[in-house]
Design a protein around this ligand. Structure first.
Ligand SMILES: Cc1cc2nc3c(=O)[nH]c(=O)nc-3n(C[C@H](O)[C@H](O)[C@H](O)COP(=O)(O)O)c2cc1C
Length: 399
């Protein structure tokens, strides 16, 4: 099993370590907790032992069976995360002090190190703390910027521990990043669009944006710079991803074209409305007039336009169809010059639009196809990006 070491210091935000453990576990990681002695004044180590199923380490000289555990643990973990990290711990790390298990382990560790500071704003902004952070960054240690807001001491300012989800995403990126995606821009579109008739009426579709948000999250973890262009959804954007919100198809097209030049991979999951109203009104149209006013026109086909100016980019299209999904997707793939098409039949109950699960068929222009049976959209996003990685590597080796 993949495992991370979680260093925990004596900060009021220590309770958030429980959520960090849970999130890593849900991603298939084991967690070994190392507490500073002072942290045990806030929480009994037994809590972390219960959550992780492994003895929480506090002291250097505790374990009679594994006397040099600070060295043997080095080969077991793929990340050292310190969250929450106190000003004291950051200072000790920056100075190479190794006077307890956590600081000794830091010096012995060969894996990536991620530090999430949590402290009062004066402590965080103190030139000594800032100097320590700069020094550690220059040594390759990564940091999760703390949030600005109300702190446990009642003051407001920078120093609040970043949200667990953000810390875990950054940690997963350190563990999972691949050379194929590093320094590459991945552009993702997600969600529906809304085409307004007047201020209170629009046409749209039931797309939730879940597939696109999962792909953005996965591409970030694999090390890419991710730009997510999203139609209206209630979803929380994945941390670390640049989000641009749009409403109408025309806005989505404009946003996509703005970032297209920098993109290496484009994943077009958005369910862009096919038509809009020819005339829109600034005021609510009276019910009696609606029938007379309705005139529609088709919206721009963004994917088709991108295909015409594809260059070296890898274009992934998504086709949501009702019946004969594969046949219709094949036709779209050819017409729009797409490199990988993801077809799904949205007439199937319980999968597709708004669901957490889907069942798709991947199609390649050379005639290959691969069915991904019903599974979570997270798993599907992993499979799609694994295929994108193969295509990127194939192109690299052909050059
Ligand atoms: C109630 C309380 C809350 C504290 N919260 C923090 C904190 O959030 N960040 C911090 O750097 N220090 C905090 N401290 C101070 C540290 O506990 C102190 O500097 C300690 O020596 C750090 O030890 P450690 O780094 O080994 O855990 C707090 C102290 C107390 C009493």
């Amino acid at each position: 099993m993949k495992k991370i070491a979680l260093g925990v210091c004596s900060s009021v935000s220590i309770y958030k370590a429980c959520e960090i453990i849970r999130l890593f576990q849900s991603e298939g990681f084991g967690v070994r907790v190392i507490m500073t002695e002072k942290a045990t004044r806030f929480i009994d180590p037994y809590l972390f032992t219960s959550l992780t199923g492994e003895r929480t380490i506090v002291h250097l000289f505790d374990d009679q069976q594994r006397p040099i555990e600070h060295i043997s643990l080095v080969d077991e973990v793929s990340l050292l995360l310190v969250a929450p990290a106190t000003a004291n711990l950051i200072g000790k790390m920056a100075s190479g002090i190794a006077d307890d298990f956590l600081t000794t382990f830091y010096l012995a560790a060969k894996c990536p190190v991620l530090v999430a500071p949590a402290m009062n704003e004066a402590m965080y902004l103190h030139p000594q703390t800032q100097e320590n952070i700069r020094k550690l960054k220059s040594l390759g240690v990564e940091f999760v910027e703390p949030d600005t807001g109300y702190l446990a001491c009642g003051k407001k300012g920078p120093g609040r521990l970043a949200p667990p989800e953000k810390i875990v995403q950054q940690g997963l990126r350190l563990v999972r990043a691949k050379d194929t995606f590093r320094d590459k821009v991945v552009l993702v579109t997600a969600g529906p669009t809304r085409e307004f008739l007047d201020p209170v009426r629009f046409v749209s579709n039931p797309a939730s944006g879940k597939m696109g948000y999962e792909l953005a999250r996965e591409a970030y973890q694999l090390g890419a710079e991710v730009i997510l262009i999203s139609g209206p959804t209630w979803l929380e954007p994945p941390p670390g991803v640049y989000l641009e919100r749009v409403t109408e198809a025309a806005e989505m097209k404009e946003a996509v074209l703005k970032h297209y030049a920098r993109a290496r991979v484009v994943l077009m999951t958005a369910a862009v409305a096919d038509f809009r109203f020819r005339k829109t009104r600034p005021e609510k149209i009276r019910k009696t007039e609606i029938e007379r006013t309705l005139e529609i026109e088709t919206t721009p086909d963004i994917l088709e336009e991108l295909g015409q100016h594809k260059g070296q980019r890898l274009l992934v299209g998504f086709a949501a169809e009702t019946g004969q999904a594969v046949e219709k997707a094949l036709e779209k793939m050819k017409r729009k010059q797409v490199d990988l098409m993801v077809a799904n039949d949205v007439s199937q109950p319980e999968v597709g639009f708004a669901s957490d699960e889907n069942e798709v068929v991947l199609l390649w222009p050379d005639g290959r196809s691969r069915k991904i049976p019903r599974t979570s959209k997270r798993k599907i996003s992993q499979e799609i990006l694994a295929e994108v990685e193969v295509l990127l590597n194939e192109r690299k080796s052909k050059r």
